[in-house]
Design a protein around this ligand. Sequence first.
Ligand code: NAD
Length: 245
Amino acid sequence: MTGRNALVTGSTSGIGRATALLLAGRGAHVLVTGRDRQRGEEVTDTIRAAGGKADFLLADLSDARSADDLAELALATTGGRVDILVNNAAIGALGATAGFDEALYDSHFTLNVKVPFRLVGALAPAMAEHGSGAIVNITSMAGQFAIPGMAVYGACKAALGMLTKHWAAEYGSSGVRVNAVSPGPTRTPFVAPLGDALEELAAQAPLGYIADPAEIAAAIAYLAGDEASFVSGVVLNVDGGRTAL
Ligand code: NAD
C-alpha cells in the first residue's frame, strides 16, 4: 500500500485503530480520525514509532457538515488523493422501539449512514478521476438478522450494506471498488455495555469466541488492498461463522 493515502473514520480505538495500524504497516499513509486528540496522537505516534506514516485529523462526525469538512481536510492533507476510505465510526445504543429517543434515532442515522454517504459523495469522485480507489464500510450482523434491542442500529447497518452494493455499481466503471465487512462480536469499547450478553452472542457462532479487533482489521485491509482487485459489492461476514447458521 506504499504511496496510498487511507482515511479511517473512528480510528482512535477498537477496529478502526487496529485497521489504521495494519494499513500503515502495509505502507499506507493513514489519516487517523476521531474526536479525541490525545487518543488520536497515541495512534499516530504508535504508527510513526514503527516506521509508518500517519496524520491525525480531529473530526467529530455528529453532523453531515462535519463529514464534508473532514473530506475537504483529507483531500487538502493528501494533495487531493484519498485512495482508501474506511467508514468505521458508528454508535449503537440498545433500546426498545417504543419510546426510543428521537434525537438518539437521528444521531444513529446521521453518524452510521449519512456520514458515510457524504464521505463517499465527497471522496469517490476524486478516486474515480484517478481511476482507482477502495472503500470499505463496516456493517454488522445486526444489519442481517434481528438481535434484541438493536432495531435502530441494525437498520442503519442494513442501509450501509445496501449502499455498499449501490456504490459498487455506481463507481465500478471508474475503477473504484466498494465492499463491506460485517464483524461478529469483537472486544472493543463499543460492546462493553452488552456485558455478559456479548459472551452469549459470541457463543452462538461456530467459532464461539469474541474476536480481537486485529481479526476484523485483517479482512478490512484485504478488501482495501490490491489482493482484492476483482472484489466489489461484497459484504464479507467476519463473524466466527454466525451467519452460516
Ligand atoms: P469503538 O467504540 O472502539 O469504535 C467506534 C469509533 O467510532 C470510536 O473511535 C468512536 O470514537 C467513533 N465515534 C463514535 N461517535 C463518533 C462521532 N460522533 N464522531 C466521530 N467518531 C465517532 O468500537 P468498534 O467495535 O471498534 O466499532 C467499529 C465499527 O465496528 C462500528 O462501525 C461498529 O458498528 C462495528 N461493529 C462492531 C462490533 C463489535 O462487536 N465491536 C460488531 C459489529 C460491528
